[in-house]
Design a protein around this ligand. Structure first.
Ligand code: SF4
Length: 349
């Protein structure tokens, strides 16, 4: 590929129009190209059959499609699909599609690895390798949309590999890109950014006027315990996190979701419930309970069905907020929460 070829997927309509004008081509070709890419998810000029062969040859000589390569797809018994994606520099990331009757949700990655080192998380074992580019983030969304077509992607969660707020600029630019009328017109209201509690990022997001939903991976409302499983808590402890979340809530239309991974014999006692009640008390929120999914070489234990029900019932008695129990999808293919590790990275590094 010639070095000066440009990625057509991120080319602005103005740039595409300017190019077409320069070669004296019809302006409507820009619409045709955008239609193929963002409505039909065709990422190959040869398949754009309403564009002349000569024009397609010119386009091929000037542009390319910068998409991650699908290395493997694993399908779970419950329909969840885990994609192992290879990036241009040979690194791997993972993306998970969770289809159900009404919604098709994709869980995408924002970094290769992660620096936040949460104790319960498989991705943390990799450390941070690098941030994903806008093309790599948008590329995941386009790939999965193409795989789903003619069905539609309805929801996006930044909950795959990486801490999205540690790659703030690229994540926000990607969201703005797919929200454009001439691309996917994907509403930010159907996008959730999940954070381990990066306070400066939450503050920026509150002032960004982006209208996305925020989820916080909480997992304990007791500083000592949260310190133990989430080292970020030593930098941004619960009191500061809470202040920032109250500030965020003032500027957002949506309730905050707290993710709470239930770990047997660790964060499911009466004192944990009491602390949780005190912490979330005046934050308008919902709580999403997630049973711990076993990860190789990690010392934690999954709760039994009885322990889960017991914890959930006690929480419901103590809190007025919506409490949901996330049915962990894709467990048989290591696609459940906290299990994404892009195993090939560790093999090839
Ligand atoms: S849970 Fe999220 S923030 Fe924590 S190490 Fe894993 S990917 Fe990073």
């Amino acid at each position: 590929m010639a070095d000066d070829k440009r990625n057509i997927l991120l080319l602005s309509k103005d740039d595409l129009n300017a190019f077409l004008k320069r070669i004296s081509a019809k302006a409507y070709i820009a619409n045709q190209i955008y239609n193929w890419i963002f409505k039909k998810f065709v990422f190959n000029f040869d398949e754009m059959l309403n564009i002349s062969k000569d024009m397609r040859a010119i386009l091929k000589s000037e542009f390319y499609f910068d998409l991650p390569e699908i290395s493997t797809i694993q399908k779970s018994n419950d329909g969840t699909k885990k994609y192992l994606l290879k990036l241009k520099d040979g690194m791997f990331i993972e993306m998970v599609l969770i289809p159900n009757l009404k919604k098709n949700t994709v869980c995408i990655s924002s970094q290769v690895g992660c620096a936040r080192n949460c104790n319960f998380c498989a991705t943390a074992k990799l450390g941070l390798v690098r941030n994903l580019t806008v093309a790599e983030i948008v590329g995941q969304i386009l790939l999965v949309s193409g795989d789903l077509f003619p069905n539609k992607l309805t929801n996006i969660v930044f909950m795959g590999m990486g801490e999205p707020l540690d790659n703030y600029d690229n994540v926000v630019e990607s969201i703005r890109f797919i929200n454009r009328e001439d691309t996917l017109l994907f509403s930010p209201r159907r996008i959730t950014i999940s954070t381990s509690g990066v306070i400066p990022g939450i503050e920026r997001l509150a002032n960004e006027n982006l209208n996305v939903k925020l989820a916080v991976s909480l997992n304990s409302a007791i500083n000592e315990k949260r310190d133990e499983i989430m080292p970020i808590n030593t930098t941004y402890p619960l009191e500061k996190l809470k202040n920032q979340l109250l500030n965020f809530r003032k500027k957002s239309n949506f309730r905050i979701t707290f993710e709470y991974i239930m770990i047997a014999n660790f964060n499911m006692s009466n004192s944990d419930i009491k602390a949780l009640r005190k912490f979330v008390g005046d934050i308008s929120c919902k709580i999403n309970l997630i049973p711990w999914n076993p990860v190789e070489n990690l010392p934690y234990k999954s709760p039994s069905k009885h322990e889960i029900e017991n914890f959930r019932n006690k929480l419901s008695e103590n809190l007025n907020f919506a409490i949901t129990l996330r049915n962990s999808r894709g467990q048989d293919i290591d696609a459940a929460c906290g299990q994404l590790v892009a195993k090939k990275i560790s093999r090839e590094r």
